[in-house]
Design a protein around this ligand. Structure first.
Ligand SMILES: Nc1ncnc2c1ncn2[C@@H]1O[C@H](COP(=O)(O)OP(=O)(O)O)[C@@H](O)[C@H]1O
Ligand SMILES: [Mg+2]
Length: 376
């Protein structure tokens, strides 16, 4: 099975060796690039069947190349092998978090490389499709930690990967801000849906959605806060079930209270992102939240977001306190205030911004949280 393989490495000798190997012994077509930006441009210009990327290069690193390839729909599923200088668990972790399928520690044995390349190509040939995000719920019982911001940016990122397959649902009962962050007027919203006694059906539920040019749809929250419990768990679930039939990705921005409906959504979700900041009240709330959600722990992913400027937090220290790994640490991003004011999420306008990059890591960590085939 002949494939087009892109190899990005600043070491000219290694490049030639890999080319000889893949062409002569593998029977593949090989495109060489000595530099990250150039390699990226080539990949996006004409997506290869597989990419081999070195980590340490002048300019952007291989991890960055990998992340950017994952963000583009045309290369989101391209098999990627990362060549790392060291073979420590942390290097493997970094490679996988960047979105690589495999990592190989240098020095690279040519037989191993060829074997991995052919194995990945064979897997690709039989693998039907990459896992879709499914239903992703984002929650924090401490308001103001960036749940809505993250939900909106995640929806934008997923919509870039599969346009028109993404629905964002704002279940806030206190004047939700998802519509605001997307520059949309929250009309219609779910308050009308909540009044129906019967299930509207998959087609009719679309009448309650707002469309955004980024290729996503929004079930907005009512502008006027709801007095009392808000929509019932039953109503939320039936709506979400309908939306799941029409969209491969449903991102839910949950209110910061464990209402009956919140629990129902957490139960039904394929993955749960628990968002926290690193100030003592948020940490306390997160510790408590993880206790309440302990039956969901296998699908829970912990996310640190810094909503205020200040000294960066020690991720290790926080992980020790929370007794859970963090899948992403999103730095404070001074651009977010303007993004909010203009109703234009950073993932849309500035994919290279720290917040958008952080959201991309979260997006990757939440997909197929339990089903993604693990790389070796
Ligand atoms: N990483 C970040 N950098 C800077 N500001 C942020 C960041 N994340 C969120 N914010 C800001 O923090 C505030 C609270 O975020 P929001 O998403 O509304 O939180 P929540 O939904 O948890 O209440 C908003 O003004 C938002 O723009
Ligand atoms: Mg919110």
């Amino acid at each position: 099975m002949m494939a087009r393989i892109l190899v990005i490495d600043d070491n000219a000798d290694l490049l030639q060796m890999i080319r000889l190997l893949l062409e002569d012994q593998g029977g593949h077509e090989v495109i060489l690039s000595a530099e990250g930006e150039d390699g990226l441009a080539r990949a996006l210009d004409n997506p290869p069947d597989l990419a081999i990327v070195d980590v340490m290069m002048p300019g952007i690193t291989g991890y960055e190349v990998c992340r950017r390839l994952r963000q583009e729909p045309s290369t989101a599923d391209t098999p990627i092998i990362i060549l790392t200088a060291r073979g420590q668990p942390v290097d493997r972790q970094m490679a996988l978090e960047a979105g690589a399928d495999e990592y190989i520690a240098k020095p690279v044995t040519m037989t191993v490389l060829l074997e991995r390349v052919n194995r990945l190509l064979a897997q690709r040939a039989v693998r039907p499709a990459a896992p879709t995000p499914g239903m992703i719920a984002l929650v924090s019982l401490r308001g103001g930690v960036g749940v809505t911001t993250l939900a909106v940016n995640l929806a934008v990122i997923y919509a870039r990967q599969s346009p028109d397959q993404v629905c964002l649902v704002d279940l806030s009962t206190s004047s939700g801000h998802a519509a605001l962050q997307l520059g949309l007027r929250p009309d219609p919203n779910w308050s009308a849906l909540a009044l129906l006694d019967a299930d509207p059906g998959e087609v009719a539920v679309r009448n309650y959605l707002l469309a955004h040019p980024a290729g996503l749809h929004l079930l907005a929250a009512p502008f006027v806060p709801v007095i009392g419990e808000g929509p019932t768990g039953e109503m939320m679930l039936s709506t979400l079930t309908l939306l799941r039939q029409g969209f491969n990705t449903v991102v839910v921005d949950l209110p910061s209270v464990l209402l009956e409906g919140t629990m129902a959504v957490l139960e039904a979700a394929d993955a749960i992102g628990v968002v926290t900041t690193a100030d003592p009240p948020a940490i306390q709330t997160t510790v408590g939240t993880l206790q309440v959600l302990r039956s969901f722990i296998p699908k829970v992913r912990l996310i640190l977001n810094q909503v205020a400027p200040g000294t960066p937090v020690s991720v290790e220290a926080l992980q020790r306190v929370l007794k859970q790994p963090l899948v992403a640490s999103i730095p404070f991003d001074a651009g977010q205030a303007e993004a909010l004011a203009h109703g234009k999420p950073l993932a849309l306008t500035t994919p290279q911004s720290p917040l958008a990059q952080g959201a991309a890591r979260v997006a990757a960590a939440l997909v197929g949280a339990s089903v993604r085939p693990s790389a070796t």
